[in-house]
Each structure stands twice: as C-alpha cells, then as structure tokens.
Design a binder for this molecule. Structure first.
Ligand SMILES: C[S@@+](CC[C@H](N)C(=O)[O-])C[C@H]1O[C@@H](n2cnc3c(N)ncnc32)[C@H](O)[C@@H]1O
Length: 290
C-alpha cells in the first residue's frame, strides 16, 4: 500500500484490485468487511462516507488485515465475528465458522419440535461456536439445551456466545467426548442435534487453504471415509433419546447412501428421512427413535 493520502473509497478500490490480482475470493466484499471492522462500523457506513480520510494508525492496522487475508486467513477469523441465523457469533481458530447449510439443520429441528407446550430437552453434540444451541435457545421459550464439545476452548467460546445472545440460562455447557457424559442420564432428550466432523481424508486434502490451514482439523476430520463420528452417533444416540425423539444430523452431500445404510443396519430407529439444503444437496438426516 503506497504512502499517500487515502480515503475510504480509494482504499476500497486499491484493496479490491490487490485481492483480485492475488486471487482472494470475493475481493470487494472481503475489502469492505475488513474495512468496516477496522472502523467498528457496518458496510453501509463505508458507502455513506466514501470521502472520509484514513488516519495513519488505521492504515497501519488495515495493512496487517490485508496481509493476513492474502495468506489465506478467513475474514471471520480476522474480524472475530460471523453471523448465523441472523445472530452475532464470536469465532476464532478454535471453532468452525458456522455455515449457512447448518441453518437447514436448525429448520429441521424447529419443524420437528413444532410449538411445544411443555419443556423440551435438546442435546447439541459438538457445539463449536455454540451456533446450533444458541439459535435454538433464541427460538423456544420452553427449552433446556445441553451443549457439548470435546474441545474446552470451543466450550468456552460457545459460553461467550450464549451470553452475547442472552440465552445462557437455557444452555448447560459440558466438555466431553461424544455421549460419554450422558449415557446414564435418567431423563432423555427430545432431539440430538449435531453437525459432526464429516470430511474424509481424500476430501480433506482438496479443501481450500482457507479451510484446511485455518479451521480446526478436529471440527472437520471424519476419519478415512468421513463417517467415523457419524457411525458412532447413529449407534449411540438412541440411548440418550426419548421414545419418538429424533437424531437430527448434518452430513456431507455424498454421504446420504452410507448414512441411510447405517441407520437401517442399526435397527434402532422407527423411520428416517434425508433433507436437502438450499443448493439441492443431501444435507440433513432426521431419524426418529423407536
Ligand atoms: C463441524 S463442527 C460443528 C460446530 C458447530 N456445531 C457448527 O455447526 O458450526 C464439529 C464439532 O464437533 C466437535 N467434536 C469433534 N469430535 C468430537 C467428539 N469426539 N466429541 C465431542 N465433540 C467433538 C469439534 O470440536 C467441533 O466443534
């Protein structure tokens, strides 16, 4: 970035071009998100203040953002924020950045639970940033959620996100491996909602560097065939589900057949269905417990 006087507009043009030349995805959006974050404003502010001069200290910080983005770091880890279900979430490299596909899982849970007249209990397994637990807690008055993750750092951040969205009283956070903390619970869950790691070894090497080098491997890696966690969950979920309760689980677009076979072979479920995401790809399993 040359040493000269800069305005918001000039800086946006320069950064967009620089990102384009260096093959950064969505160059203009990326430049806007980073500049808006730097100024603690929203993107509309930039459009309304194109002629605002940039100060030397602002430029110095912005240069570090541009460098990080060029190295492949996702915008969300630079800004520390991602929106999910129209709610703000803090994110850092300890947690997966919540994805729009996961909103399909949320919609499936909402449909399954309907308008409960008594309290429902939901287990969010592998909560990460807390996206699923927090969004559900915002949707229902009569809900108790247990949100677990094997990563203590993720559990801490999910707790922060529950506070940020004022739902901490509805969610109990636990750091535990899979179902280890719940198999002997006297009360069961109406829903196990989970977005487990489901990327296979072969797919992992093909992921973009933004994902592969920055997002936590334990959030993505589903073992050699991508089904290690999924297999475990399909097998173990019935033990913590109430009768007629549902396992609602996100999966990879090419995993519907394997997942369906695992559900049928387990002989633990009454019925199941695969739901597509907004791109028409198989994305969510709903399997009702016997
Ligand atoms: C794909 S991320 C999903 C995060 C979040 N629920 C979302 O949808 O954005 C999977 C999460 O599962 C957690 N996880 C991986 N293996 C686990 C295990 N054995 N027990 C509990 N959580 C696990 C990871 O730490 C990660 O946070």
């Amino acid at each position: 970035m040359p040493e000269e006087s800069w305005t918001i507009l000039k800086l946006l043009h320069w950064t967009t071009d620089y990102f384009k030349k260096n093959k950064v995805a969505e160059p203009r959006t990326s430049a806007e998100v980073l500049l808006a974050h730097l100024l603690s404003e929203d993107r509309l502010f930039l459009y309304l203040n194109y002629d605002r001069p940039m100060e030397a200290t602002e430029l110095a910080t912005f240069r570090t953002f541009v460098k990080r983005r060029l190295e492949g770091e996702p915008n969300q880890y630079i800004t520390g924020m991602q929106e999910f279900w129209s709610l703000p979430f803090r994110v850092n490299p300890d947690v997966l950045i919540p994805r729009p596909e996961t909103e399909v899982l949320l919609e499936t849970v909402l449909q399954f639970l309907g308008s409960p007249e008594t309290e429902v209990r939901v287990l969010d397994l592998g909560t990460g940033s807390g996206a699923i637990a927090v969004a559900l807690a915002r949707e229902f008055d009569l809900i108790r959620i247990v949100a677990t993750d094997s990563s203590m750092a993720a559990v801490k951040l999910a707790q922060e996100n529950a506070s940020l969205n004022q739902v901490e009283s509805k969610i109990h956070f636990v750091c535990a491996d899979m179902f280890s903390a719940f198999s002997h619970l006297p009360r069961k869950f109406s829903v196990v909602a989970t977005n487990p790691p489901y990327v296979s070894q072969a797919e992992f090497s093909k992921l973009s560097r933004e994902i592969r080098d920055y997002e936590p491997r334990h959030a993505l890696d589903g073992g050699p065939d991508g089904l290690a966690a999924i297999r475990h969950i399909i097998e173990e979920a019935p033990a913590v589900l109430s009768q007629g309760g549902a396992l609602i689980m996100e999966m990879g677009a090419d995993q519907a057949e394997s997942v369906s076979t695992l559900v049928r072979d387990s002989q633990r479920y009454e019925s199941y269905r695969i739901i597509k995401d907004y791109s028409g790809l198989d994305r969510v399993l709903i399997a009702v417990n016997k």
